[in-house]
Design a protein around this ligand. Structure first.
Ligand SMILES: [Zn+2]
Length: 290
């Protein structure tokens, strides 16, 4: 699933590529993706003529602020990713332009936004879990995806004191706590593994039992790993691609995620995979002691 670095990369591209464009039409063969308004035809009608004033991110939500006080929310969920380009309908299916957009990973097109100038923004979504909602901007906070979100870890006001306050009273395992969007927004399975490796903290350690030193190392690791991953435009072993259809560069950087059986690059120990609350955690038992 796209996490903060991937969604941030998406938003940065979209700001450059679609800001200022005006919606003209919407096509879909999986109309259930649009959750609000309930009728897809109403969605189309409401969107038509609205101009994109800004694109921003909150947690893993992509938010398009539109003219006339509307906001379009896209949550890419498991396998969804937004792409920009121009597709052509041939023999009943949308054909991508040559280049990265023709990659198999970008071929699960179930929703296309068509702009007034003929350009397009498409949603490729293999498993079809992505979610699209159109809100009155002043009611956006009522969306399920926007409720109860914790602080943004890349914001300047995400201080060590704030981080500690967020973790206070958390008796769950640190891996689970880091992945909880109500504690900190945007961190999922991949980057929680990477952050804990960087901080030399065992994923099963209870958050409430972490020492000041361990907390400091996790906080520092968040401030190192997430900006690095944004800079490298995210990962690419999942379905995620940038809006140009290209792979991110984080795969070669990662130290533990999906590396079980390989050697730890820091101590030479063997990387293990364990289950934590139904999710996998990858770590090095030699340098991440409980
Ligand atoms: Zn190690």
């Amino acid at each position: 699933m796209p996490e903060l670095p991937e969604v941030e990369t998406t938003v940065r591209y979209l700001k450059k590529k679609v800001r200022g464009r005006t919606f003209f039409d919407v096509w879909s063969d999986w109309k259930k993706t649009v959750k609000k308004p309930k009728s897809f035809d109403d969605f189309k009608k409401e969107l038509k003529g609205k101009k994109i004033l800004n694109v921003r991110r909150r947690a893993k939500n992509v938010l398009f602020d539109l003219s006339e006080g509307k906001t379009l929310l896209v949550h890419q969920k498991m396998t969804g990713h937004l792409l920009v380009g121009k597709w052509k309908k041939e023999r009943g299916s949308w054909q991508p332009p040559q280049g990265p957009l023709s990659d198999k990973n970008n071929s699960y097109i179930h929703l296309i936004f068509i702009f007034k100038d003929g350009s397009m923004m498409a949603l490729s979504d293999l498993r079809k879990f992505a979610k699209v909602e159109l809100w009155d901007s002043d009611k956006l906070k009522e969306s399920e995806g926007m409720k109860g979100l914790g602080p943004e870890p890349l914001e300047k006001d995400f201080t060590f004191a704030k981080f500690k306050k967020q973790l206070k009273g958390q008796t769950r395992k640190i891996k689970q706590v880091l992945m909880d969007p109500s504690v900190i927004a945007g961190i999922g399975n991949i980057y929680s593994d990477e952050i804990l490796w960087e901080a030399k903290v065992h994923p099963l350690k209870k958050a409430s039992e972490l020492s000041e030193g361990e907390l400091g190392r996790i906080y520092k690791a968040i401030g190192k790993i997430l900006p690095l991953a944004v800079k490298l435009q995210g990962e690419s072993f999942s379905d995620y691609r940038t809006p140009l259809g290209e792979k991110g560069g984080y795969d070669d950087e990662r130290k533990v995620y999906r590396k079980e059986g390989e050697k730890c690059s820091r101590c030479g120990g063997e990387i293990k995979r364990i289950k934590v609350g139904g999710r996998s955690a990858h770590f090095c038992p030699r340098c991440q002691k409980i």
